[in-house]
Design a protein around this ligand. Structure first.
Ligand SMILES: *[C@@H]1O[C@H](CO)[C@@H](O)[C@H](O)[C@H]1NC(C)=O
Ligand SMILES: *[C@@H]1O[C@H](CO)[C@@H](O)[C@H](O)[C@H]1NC(C)=O
Ligand SMILES: *[C@@H]1O[C@H](CO)[C@@H](O)[C@H](O)[C@H]1NC(C)=O
Ligand SMILES: *[C@@H]1O[C@H](CO)[C@@H](O)[C@H](O)[C@H]1NC(C)=O
Ligand SMILES: *[C@@H]1O[C@H](CO)[C@@H](O)[C@H](O)[C@H]1NC(C)=O
Ligand SMILES: *[C@@H]1O[C@H](CO)[C@@H](O)[C@H](O)[C@H]1NC(C)=O
Ligand SMILES: *[C@@H]1O[C@H](CO)[C@@H](O)[C@H](O)[C@H]1NC(C)=O
Ligand SMILES: *[C@@H]1O[C@H](CO)[C@@H](O)[C@H](O)[C@H]1NC(C)=O
Length: 680
């Protein structure tokens, strides 16, 4: 291999960078007072946090609720076990107050070809760290012959059941169980295209959410690596306080039967529980009675002083913030709140243009420019009550202001008033792309030529954000509703650069996995559910979703029924690609009025950008050239590659070391092979 001197130095730098990066890769486990997250399990290490009960153990990076052995069938029969998190959580307090919680986990219920699956596993809330003896077979590690149905169990569970009993709908369902293996509510999974225990090993992601205010419990499920679906599979209003102990434990239970067996594995698990405040009048009263009036007076005095101090300092803070904003050089124009109010008719409903991730957008008429000429603008009012991470925001606003590109929506000005933030943008007469894809009755508005031009525009804006500006900017929230159309139907990317500043250190699960950012389904790259971090690669993934959406005229979040099977948009296109019918995916409403070569190019590009492994996605430079037809078609594997985590992804593409302009599609010069995925 003949590298020139220059390129071998570059390669060396890249390699060093990758090695540094690799040495930082390790299992991610976090523990906080209100939750935790495991992305793999290890018996030698995790006994500090987890209790393994009955036949449960951990091996191959996973919790094994029942023994894991494919060779010794006898050791698999009639087993049951639980794994519980050692710390309890307070789930309710006086009155009607209950803690919300969210848990996400990845399960793999495994069998070999010649086994019939039995019996299942369950996510459970239990009052203690014990397990009933003889809970194998139909009892799922939850109850037994004597205790089933007894209220003193204080167990609430979500079961994943693979064997039919007389009380079950079938051998492939989930259910909500209260103190019993007889579910209060079940949902059969066959009609959702989910097989809990298929012949080939399959991971499933599960999201269990409980809202302590509405008392709604919801269970979502998707194939491993796919995003959280919009609709829960199962929901139920359940007043947990009636059933569970105030201090309860979370964990998993599982069982096998005879002769039906399976391996009950949990590969990843995270939980977040809302912390209920302990402060209540009752406590004050008790202190008062116990230590007498003077102490209470003292406490109150301290309290008042503290409150005053706090108030003063936060006022000061916001003044400083104000001043900083105003004096910043190169800032866009500042507007007065009362002018914006007037311009938007007091933020009247009729002026509302839409609602985005961070706030509401209104249309307004404002005097902008030097000659105070009235112009139409879009005013974005942020919904957060108070700004957090102000310094970040300041930094970001200057960056946003300096970003100028014909495919970015221009920032006209800003306003900061009493903690409320408003940004003023150019008004885009044709609104956002999604409206034209789905809401317009006039199908001619988005003919092929326009669709192609829109995608080329977005690609060039993305390339600009990622590369051409000295501070790399990641968009983070690329989706059809953030792509605006000017009067000529040219794409203008909006909302760029905002996310990072407005995001106040919320962790990945709260942000993505569980909160399920509204309207974002299908645009979020799979690795983001693990890292919570947006990268140029995750932008490219979002771009891929937009490409498929524009060409197919279908939303990435909506399932497509094809021969009685449900597909996510990307899986559907991938399947058509495999079968050699990729052009079948093109929007029927175009009535075959499109350029075949361009459509094929875009669809393959959309798939290439949707590669589950971040480092395999093309970069913006290549994307732009592929759309323009100056690079050959991407080579897309007929089967969608499997998402692996952690992957060997490196941040070479993200680093400041800019990769040479002849970047090819897949090779980044630093993929070292795939990490040991022990679970097969
Ligand atoms: C498993 O349990 C069932 C019912 O309790 C029993 O009939 C069977 O003999 C047991 N099998 C083994 C291998 O323990
Ligand atoms: C399943 O197949 C394996 C070999 O492939 C064999 O050893 C085992 O006995 C079979 N088990 C059953 C229950 O048939
Ligand atoms: C069921 O479990 C309880 C304790 O949880 C135990 O007292 C009882 O004996 C068990 N019953 C059977 C049939 O094993
Ligand atoms: C439920 O369990 C409690 C305690 O184990 C026991 O005293 C009670 O008799 C049981 N109730 C029924 C209906 O079995
Ligand atoms: C549902 O749960 C309640 C509460 O424990 C129980 O009393 C009831 O019998 C359950 N219903 C069904 C159909 O299992
Ligand atoms: C709960 O699920 C039912 C369908 O089973 C659905 O009609 C209903 O809208 C859901 N409710 C909520 C609050 O999601
Ligand atoms: C759980 O997720 C929902 C959104 O899906 C979010 O509103 C809620 O705050 C989360 N709760 C906790 C305790 O993290
Ligand atoms: C299941 O997930 C684990 C851990 O994330 C991964 O190593 C494994 O390859 C996945 N298996 C399948 C069949 O997707």
């Amino acid at each position: 291999m003949g590298f020139s001197n220059g390129s071998s130095i570059t390669v060396a730098i890249v390699l060093i960078f990758c090695l540094l990066h690799l040495s930082g890769i390790q299992a991610q486990r976090t523990f906080t007072p209100n939750g935790f997250s495991f992305d793999e399990f290890d018996l030698s290490r995790d006994t500090d946090h987890l209790k393994f009960i009955g036949d449960a153990s951990a091996s191959l990076g996973a919790l094994q609720l029942t023994p894991d052995s494919k060779n010794n069938l006898f050791s698999l029969y009639n087993r049951s076990g639980r794994v519980m998190y050692l710390q309890s959580f307070k789930l309710w307090s006086s009155g009607d107050i209950q803690a919300s919680f969210n848990s996400t986990f990845l399960i793999n219920i495994y069998r070999t070809d010649n086994w019939t699956a039995g019996q299942g596993l369950a996510f459970l809330i239990a009052p203690d760290l014990s397990i009933p003896p003889k809970s194998s077979g139909q009892w799922l590690g939850l109850t037994n012959d004597t205790t089933d149905g007894n209220q003193t169990n204080q167990v609430v569970a979500v079961e994943f059941d693979t064997e039919k009993q007389y009380y079950d709908p079938d051998d492939n369902h989930i259910g909500l169980n209260i103190n019993s293996v007889i579910s209060n509510k079940t949902e059969s999974l066959d009609e959702h295209g989910i097989r809990l225990c298929p012949a080939e090993a399959t991971n499933y992601s599960v999201w269990v959410q409980y809202n302590g205010v509405s008392k709604l419990m919801e269970v979502y499920m998707a194939k491993g690596g796919e995003p959280k679906p919009e609709q829960p599979l199962l929901n139920a209003t359940i007043n947990l306080k009636q059933y569970v102990k105030q201090e309860s434990y979370f964990g998993f239970a599982g069982s096998t039967g005879y002769p039906n067996v399976e391996l009950n594995c949990v590969l990843e698990w995270s939980l977040q529980v809302e912390i209920l405040s302990n402060k209540s009048n009752l406590i004050w009263l008790k202190i008062g009675v116990g230590v007498g009036v003077p102490a209470v007076a003292l406490l109150i005095l301290i309290g008042v002083l503290y409150m005053r101090k706090k108030k003063v300092s936060s006022d000061e803070e916001s003044n400083v913030f104000d001043a900083q904003l105003r004096w910043l050089p190169g800032m866009p124009r500042e507007f007065k709140y009362k002018d914006l109010k007037k311009a938007t008719n007091n933020f009247h409903e009729s002026m509302k243009l839409g609602q985005g991730g961070f706030g509401i957008v209104y249309r307004g008429n404002l005097n902008v420019g030097d000659h105070n000429t009235a112009a139409e603008v879009a005013v974005k009012q942020f919904s957060r009550d108070k700004m957090e991470g102000k310094d970040d925001f300041l930094a970001e606003l200057t960056i946003i202001h300096r970003l100028r590109h014909k495919h970015l929506v221009r920032l006209v000005g800003w306003c900061y008033d009493k903690g409320k933030l408003l940004l003023i943008y150019d008004f885009m007469p044709n609104g956002s792309l999604d409206k034209h894809l789905y809401e317009t009755s006039n199908e001619n508005t988005l003919n092929w030529e326009r669709r192609h031009r829109i995608l080329a525009g977005v690609a060039s804006a993305l390339h600009y954000l990622h590369n051409e500006y000295d501070q790399k900017v990641v968009h983070r929230d690329l989706k059809a509703s953030n792509i605006m159309l000017d009067s000529d139907y040219n794409a203008r990317l909006g909302d760029f650069g905002l996310a990072r500043a407005l995001d106040n250190e919320r962790n990945s699960y709260a942000d993505l996995g569980l909160a399920g950012v509204p309207g974002t389904m299908g645009y979020v790259a799979p690795e983001c559910f693990h890292t919570g971090r947006a990268t140029p690669e995750s932008d490219v993934y979002g771009f891929g979703a937009v490409v498929l959406e524009v060409v197919c005229g279908r939303s990435p979040g909506i399932q497509i029924n094809h021969n009685q099977r449900l597909y996510a948009l990307v899986d559907w296109v991938w399947m058509l690609h495999r079968e050699g019918n990729i052009l079948e995916a093109v929007d029927e409403r175009l009535d075959n009025d499109y350029v075949v070569d361009e459509a094929k190019r875009l669809l393959l590009l959309g798939l290439a950008c949707s590669h589950p492994i971040a480092s395999e996605r093309p970069q913006t430079q290549a994307i732009y050239q592929i759309i323009a037809g100056t690079l050959p078609l991407p080579n897309v594997h007929p089967f969608k590659p499997v998402f692996t985590w952690p992957s060997m992804e490196t941040s070479c593409g993200i680093s400041e070391l800019s990769v040479s302009s002849t970047t090819t599609l897949s090779s980044k010069g630093c993929s070292v092979g795939s990490v040991n995925n022990q679970w097969a």
